[in-house]
Design a protein. Structure first.
Length: 433
């Protein structure tokens, strides 16, 4: 292992305590119900994550990339430069929820501009954005994060919408299903969806069967002899217990979400607050083609951005007014990651649309962050700028700001060693408080 890798591991082992965070007294925090305990963020093992994915490739110059002075970029005529705290953004009268969100949460927000995804193909960019690879077999960031402490959760990574790459961690990942399939399985309605309708035991008989299976699974696990047999029997026993827990949960929470962020808020918050999941992935699909606006870019993207930030505002308010499992509120222990698989070209095409671009932006909101800042940026050609990963500052001699470096940073936030999953990049330690 080279000196650079040793240095990176030493940084991770020593933690990010040497980097001073900004205060959390941002505009709007008190009105959203945050306790003074917000300054004492959750420990790494308690940190939860919500991923919000905008499929299709968003136009970052409509919110995150303030490029009014760049002649290589076509900006909207009605847009103007906006600033909240230290975060510059694109302000537009049709997207008031962007300013509203940043006014409430800028103290906890990091915007990453110029994030490279190395491709302009949707499927490949999605894999890179979520896993840092193009294999399709590598588990994504939420699966890794959820599996790191999966024994505590019934459904460690709950996918309401958006992409999911479980890799070899499929045991940690569950989809609700676009048509409420998980809810149907729990309630028994799924039997009526089959070609051959079959009956089931009545409630008392089913309860007896569940208890019998639990006892048998536990006994099998305790009597196993070989290492492999113990591992398999133990996992089966855990699975049986989780199945029983899920049956009980059908009376406590609804697993049926919707097509957009605002419709999925309650399921996500319930899953985190009840300790069902550590990670939840949502989708902000919007129109039929999502954010893939090769024609009529501005008229399509503007409402998508407004709906996204309106939903994000509702999500953060729900987190801020829901008790946490180890902190005052879920907002004190939950990291929100908002991203798309790619960006869009700086110039409009002949159809007033924008095509695929390998540089994009992402937004991370939550505790344990040096918030109220923008990391990275775009150069005169609208390529991403390199950064010093120790400070987070733009640096000509620094490293490329990439999807891999974002993933490594998220793993470091949860006390998961990025070196076990991501090679050749450094976490952005200057982003961590």
């Amino acid at each position: 292992m080279g000196a650079k890798m040793l240095s990176r591991r030493a940084l991770l082992q020593s933690g990010a305590s040497g980097f001073a965070g900004m205060g959390l007294g941002g505009m709007g925090l008190a009105t959203l119900g945050l306790s003074p305990r917000a300054a004492r963020a959750a420990t790494a093992s308690d940190t939860k994550f919500i991923f919000v994915f905008a499929p299709g490739g968003w136009d970052t110059t409509r919110v995150f990339a303030d490029e009014f002075s760049n002649s290589a970029v076509d900006m909207e005529a009605a847009a103007q430069r906006g600033t909240v705290g230290n975060i510059g953004f694109v302000d537009h009268p049709e997207r008031p929820s962007v300013r509203t969100f940043l006014e409430a949460w800028h103290a906890r927000t990091v915007v990453l501009n110029g994030l490279m995804v190395r491709s302009i193909a949707h499927e490949i960019c999605t894999m890179i954005a979520m896993t840092g690879t193009t294999s399709g077999l590598t588990p994504d960031w939420p699966a890794i994060l959820a599996n790191a402490d999966g024994g505590r959760y019934t459904l460690p990574h709950l996918v309401l919408g958006g992409p999911s790459f479980p890799g070899d961690l499929g045991v940690a990942v569950s989809r609700t299903g676009s048509n409420g399939q998980l809810e149907a399985l729990l309630s028994g309605r799924s039997r009526g969806m089959q070609d051959i309708v079959s009956g089931g035991p009545n409630a008392p008989a089913e309860s007896l069967l569940d208890r019998y299976l639990s006892r048998r699974a536990a006994a099998r696990a305790s009597s196993a002899r070989s290492t492999l047999d113990k591992a398999l029997a133990g996992q089966f026993s855990v699975a049986v217990n989780h199945a029983n827990e899920l049956k009980d949960l059908q009376y406590i929470m609804d697993f049926t979400g919707g097509a957009d962020v605002a419709d999925q808020v309650q399921v996500a918050v319930d899953a985190l607050s009840l300790g069902v999941s550590r990670c939840v992935t949502l989708a902000s699909a919007g129109a039929v083609l999502g954010w893939d606006t090769h024609a009529d870019n501005d008229n399509q993207q503007s409402p998508l951005w407004e709906n996204l930030f309106s939903g994000l505002g509702q999500l953060m308010q729900a987190l801020a007014t829901t008790p946490g499992t180890s902190e005052a509120t879920l907002a004190d222990e939950t990291v929100l990651v908002v991203l798309s698989e790619m960006g869009r070209t700086p110039k409009l095409n002949a159809f007033n649309g924008k095509d695929h671009w390998p540089y994009t932006s992402a937004m991370v909101v939550g505790p344990n962050l040096v918030g109220n800042r923008v990391i990275g940026g775009f150069d005169a050609s609208f390529y991403g700028k390199s950064i010093d990963t120790v400070t987070g500052d733009v640096s000509d001699g620094g490293e490329i700001l990439s999807a891999e470096s974002l993933g490594a940073t998220l793993l470091a936030m949860a006390d998961v060693d990025p070196l076990d999953y991501v090679d050749g990049v450094d976490p952005i330690m200057g982003m961590l408080a």
